[in-house]
Design a protein around this ligand. Structure first.
Ligand code: FES
Ligand SMILES: [Fe+2]
Length: 398
């Protein structure tokens, strides 16, 4: 057996074992658990000082995903993104690499780009028409002789640390620091992502939701397998079991398997050597702010970011990433119908079921005498998310 084949076999064996662990939990009405419940206060979701620390010590320090590579597939493609500390542009360079640049003209600060995405050979300022190359170099100063002598090399767009890895574009929201995505992911999660061929997928749908909700309230909802039956009785709960997780802790990241309802046929019958991969959803939390869902035939990416100023607002982005019609062996029209239907279901659950509850949670947190609240031992991924943030926020060293 080649080394790669050996590795694939090990991964498959490990996956089947984890799924069987989830199946045992389902049979016994149990789930993986954290060591103890954790108590917390409502001001975590309303305090402007904490929000500032999160922008600085979390987003200004560690890499987070801002797009799938296929969203800016070709040279001159760009996207404009509002990060917690900076408005940025990511753009595909002539050599195929990606740069992240602060979306701001170095003359008097106008926003260089106000389209959300598109193609540009130059970023051209609407105010006095200075223009910049896609790599951020200042090219033209209009009426230059009257402006006076300037060192153009000092007045390029400011670059942020940016890396493309596992089919995603990662950015640290602070100029002048080193980025090392593999190091942040750690060996386990980096290896897991490398087995998914995420770079070979196409991001066919993406939508951003600007909500009056702290980003952590939103992130928590998408690490939570406990609310499904109660908040989504007629939608998600028809497909996924509630409060059953086989969980792995990778420090700043984690992964958990949750059984789909189709697995019920194996509750009585012994699955033996049968593969159970089509009977589960595998969820990955990629710290600090991403949920990556691996479904039997596609991936969903959910990202959560704080508002640049308000602790009571945040942005969630949802992406659907799939294989091409050809690779799936489907006629184009059927393929399009399939994913459109899938996407509309996701949107409906989000808008009609999750966001209303989460907006109300944010309102709940504004009560001044709210008292302390609690995360249960069963809420393992949420516990890990809190632990990760607490560690980043405690460490002021950088
Ligand atoms: S502010 Fe951009 S050219 Fe003046
Ligand atoms: Fe939900």
């Amino acid at each position: 057996m080649t080394e790669a084949a050996q590795r694939d076999t090990e991964i498959a064996v490990d996956r089947e074992a984890r799924i069987r662990r989830a199946l045992e939990h389902l049979k016994n009405d149990t789930t993986d658990q954290f060591d103890a419940p954790t108590y917390f206060m409502p001001d975590e979701f309303t305090d402007p000082e904490l929000a500032e620390r999160e922008r600085e010590l979390v987003f200004g320090r560690v890499p987070s995903i801002v797009a799938h590579s296929s969203e800016i597939a070709n040279t001159y493609d760009f996207k404009a993104i509002r990060m917690p500390r900076n408005n940025i542009i990511i753009s595909r360079q002539r050599d195929g690499s990606v740069k992240a640049l602060v979306n701001l003209c170095r003359h008097r600060g106008a926003l260089l780009e106000n389209e959300e995405c598109g193609k540009r050979r130059l970023f051209s300022c609407p105010y006095h028409r200075w223009s910049y190359d896609i790599d951020g170099t200042l090219r033209t100063i209009t009426r230059e002789t009257t402006v006076g002598e300037l060192d153009k090399s000092e007045l390029g767009m400011v670059e942020l640390p940016c890396e493309e890895r596992h089919g995603f574009i990662w950015v640290i929201d602070r100029a002048g620091v080193e980025i090392d995505v593999a190091k942040w992911l750690g060996p386990e999660m980096d290896a897991i992502l490398s087995t998914y061929d995420l770079a070979g997928l196409n991001c066919i749908r993406m939508e951003a939701f600007d909500e009056p909700i702290n980003w952590k309230i939103m992130q928590d909802a998408f690490l939570d397998g406990y609310h499904i039956q109660y908040a989504h009785p007629n939608t998600a709960a028809k497909h996924i079991h509630t409060n059953v997780m086989a969980f792995e802790d990778f420090g700043n990241h984690c992964r958990f398997v949750a059984p789909r309802k189709t697995i019920d046929r194996w509750l009585e019958e012994d699955p033996g050597e049968n593969s159970l991969v089509d009977y589960v959803t595998e969820t990955h939390f990629l710290g600090p702010n991403v949920t990556l869902l691996k479904q039997p035939d596609h991936f969903q990416l959910l990202t959560f970011r704080p508002h640049p100023a308000s602790p009571t607002h945040g942005v969630m982005e949802m992406r659907l990433m799939v294989r091409s019609a050809e690779e799936m062996g489907l006629e184009q029209e059927r393929w399009e119908r399939l994913w459109e239907k899938n996407w509309q279901i996701l949107l409906a659950v989000l808008r009609q079921e999750d966001f209303p509850v989460l907006r109300d949670s944010q309102l709940g947190m504004s009560s001044q005498s709210a008292g302390r609240m609690v995360l249960g031992r069963n809420e393992v991924a949420n516990q890990l998310f809190r632990r990760m943030l607490a560690e980043l926020l405690a460490d002021d060293a950088s």
